[in-house]
Each structure stands twice: as C-alpha cells, then as structure tokens.
Design a protein around this ligand. Structure first.
Ligand code: HEM
Length: 331
C-alpha cells in the first residue's frame, strides 16, 4: 500500500481525484491502474497512424508524377477535413444555443487560413508536374475526377443557404427556402450541370457515380446545416453595439467568399487550362466535358454572402483575377 512517504502530496491529490472520477462511473480504479501499468508507451508513429498514412499513395501507372498528383489531392482533402471540423464546431454551438460573434469569427478565420494555404500551394504541385506525363496518367484514372470530392460540396453546404449553391438560372426562384424546400432545391444544385459532355450535354459517368454515392448524404447534411450554415448562423447573431466585431466578422466572411469562390476556384481553373486547354471542338470530338464553361467563377457566380457585396462587386465577380492570372492583363 502506498503511504504518504512514497507519494508527493500532488500525486496523492491526483490519485484521490482519479478515485473519485472512476467511482462516479461505478468503476474500479485499481483495474484502470493495472491497464496503465501494462500499456506500452505511445509512439509518434502509432499516435498519428503514420504507417497507414504513408501507405495510402498507390499510383496505377508507372509515371512518377502521378504520385505527386495523388499526394496533393490527399493534402487538399485533409485541409477540407480541417475546414469541416470548424463548420462542425459552429453547428454544435448553434445547436447548444451558445453561438457568439467572437466564436464564429475565429472559426471563419481558421477556414480562411486553410484555404489560403491551399490556394498558394496549388502552383507547387502544378508547376513541377510534367505535362506529357499528366496527360498519360490522367487517361488511366478516368472517370475519377476531383469533381467527385464530396468534402468540397460539403464545405459549400456548410457555408451558405442552399439557394446560393443552386444553379444560377434557378437561384432567384429558390431564394429564402424553407426546410421543406430543400429536396426541391437540391435537385438543381449548380454542380449537376458540370461534368457533362460538351457535345450532347448528357451527364458523364463521373457525375452519375457521384450522385449515386453521395446524394442522400449531402441532402441530409443540407438539412442539418439549414440553420447552422455560416450565412444563417451569422444572420441569427446579435452584436449588442459591438461594431468592431461586426465589421471583423463581415470582413472574414467576405474573405471566405473570395477564398472559396474565387481564389481557390481560379487557382484550380488555371491548372485545368494549363494541362487540358484545347479547342472546344476537339474537346467535344473526344467526348470531353464542358469544363471551360463550367469552372470559371465569372460564369457561375457562386457567392455565399451576396448581402455583403455591392452591386458592382457582384457584377464583377472573379473578373479581374481571370484577366490578370489567365490572360496576363493587369487591370
Ligand atoms: C492538374 C491538376 C488538375 C486538373 C487539370 C483538374 C481538372 C479538373 C476538371 C477538368 C474539372 C471539371 C470536371 C470535369 O469536367 O470533368 C475539375 C473539377 C474539380 N476538381 Fe480538379 N483538376 C486538377 C486538380 C485538382 C485538385 C488538386 C483538386 C483537389 C481536391 C481538384 C478538385 C476538383 C473539384 C472539387 C472539382 C469540382 C469543381 C466545381 O464543381 O466547380 N482538382 N478538375
């Protein structure tokens, strides 16, 4: 039996606290101490599942750059997961009736930092990649495409009300939807018009596969986030005269709109242009998709928080960046 001589008062305090903790749950502390005695010391590699992580890169062709392509997609998905973790914290806070402007601001700022990292690193992957190799290994992974990233769609669902991600031809008709309208709006989300054959407009297998696998999950998520998406959550807040906080949140939300709907989108579009640019007639002739009309933000005008932008800013959405980055015109 331990005595006061063997243990410092701090250790005895901790043992007492542990005793209480386990007793409160009807558990015997001594069994848990046994577990502690026999357990191995934790290692870094086990803690972060390093072996599993480093075994998840399995190219299907002999081209070395395919590994770079896979790893960069995985890195992006992990950043997307970090974003979704922040959205989840907002949703939990809304559900508990505890959301504050300061908490929402910190979550949005974090998501912004993740997207900034992604946008600025796009070139790191793209610049190094051999174009000829890319075009070869890409054929082996068809019809798989980043288009099928469900986390990307989830980020949109968590950011704004569902009408804002409806196709632009349907957006006005669906503004201010009720929760009962969700299934109807959901059928007209903008991405259902993407990944379609340029020649005939029919859905590609890429899109069909995606809808089959994720439609029900995504609709469920849209229901969960009906009041907890960033746009609705922000609208429900009161600022009690704190104009500085209100301005900071507005700024962070505008930045989120730019990060997701212009900066990342255009960095990605730039890669598609660089590797896949061909005459639309050639694309149509080879069964290619409508990506040239679909990917640029100035065509889609996906905007999470239209109330935070002026008429002119809404009108010019994505234009100056396209001119500068894609066509090299400085305005
Ligand atoms: C050389 C690099 C890349 C090229 C050439 C490329 C090409 C494309 C193309 C052509 C599309 C349109 C879908 C279609 O018409 O089939 C697309 C969509 C998409 N890709 Fe990529 N991609 C690249 C890298 C990435 C990376 C690293 C990610 C990260 C996950 C990604 C995620 C996406 C997403 C989320 C979409 C859907 C975008 C939307 O619906 O607006 N792509 N990509």
């Amino acid at each position: 039996m331990p005595t006061n001589k063997d243990f410092s008062p701090e250790i005895l305090d901790k043992l007492n606290a542990l005793q209480k903790k386990y007793a409160a749950m009807g558990q015997d502390i001594s069994s848990y101490l046994d577990g502690l005695l026999y357990a191995d010391f934790l290692t870094y590699w086990d803690y972060i599942n390093l072996d599993t992580l480093l075994n998840l890169q399995q190219p299907i062709t002999p081209y070395p750059d395919e590994k770079v392509f896979i790893i960069y997609h995985q890195i992006t998905e992990l950043y997307f997961k970090l974003c979704l973790h922040e959205f989840d914290r907002v949703a939990q806070s809304v559900e508990a009736g505890e959301l504050t402007p300061a908490f929402l601001l910190e979550r949005v700022r974090r998501i912004n930092r993740y997207f900034e990292a992604l946008t600025s690193s796009f070139d790191i992957m793209v610049d190094g990649m051999d174009a000829a190799e890319f075009l070869k290994f890409r054929m082996s992974l068809l019809p798989a495409s980043g288009f099928q990233s469900a986390q990307y769609r989830k980020i949109e669902i968590c950011s704004t009300s569902i009408d804002r991600i409806a196709h632009k031809n349907h957006r006005d008709k669906f503004s201010n939807p009720t929760i009962d309208d969700l299934p109807k709006v959901f059928k007209h989300l903008y991405w259902r018009e993407g990944a379609s054959e340029l020649k005939t407009g029919t859905k590609t297998l890429t899109l069909k596969q995606f809808e089959k696998k994720y439609d029900s999950d995504l609709l469920e998520m849209a229901e969960e986030y009906f009041s907890a998406n960033i746009r609705s959550a922000a609208a429900s807040l009161t600022f009690s005269g704190d104009d500085k906080l209100k301005d900071e949140l507005k700024h962070a939300m505008r930045w989120l709109d730019v990060n997701v709907n212009i900066n990342w989108t255009l960095a990605h579009y730039k890669s598609a242009v660089r590797y896949l640019q061909r005459d639309p007639e050639d694309i149509a002739a080879t069964g290619g998709t409508n990506w040239q009309k679909y990917l640029p933000p100035r065509f889609q005008k996906r905007i999470f928080f239209p109330e935070l932008w002026s008429e002119q800013e809404l009108e010019d959405w994505g234009k100056s960046w396209v001119k500068k980055e894609i066509f090299g015109i400085n305005i």
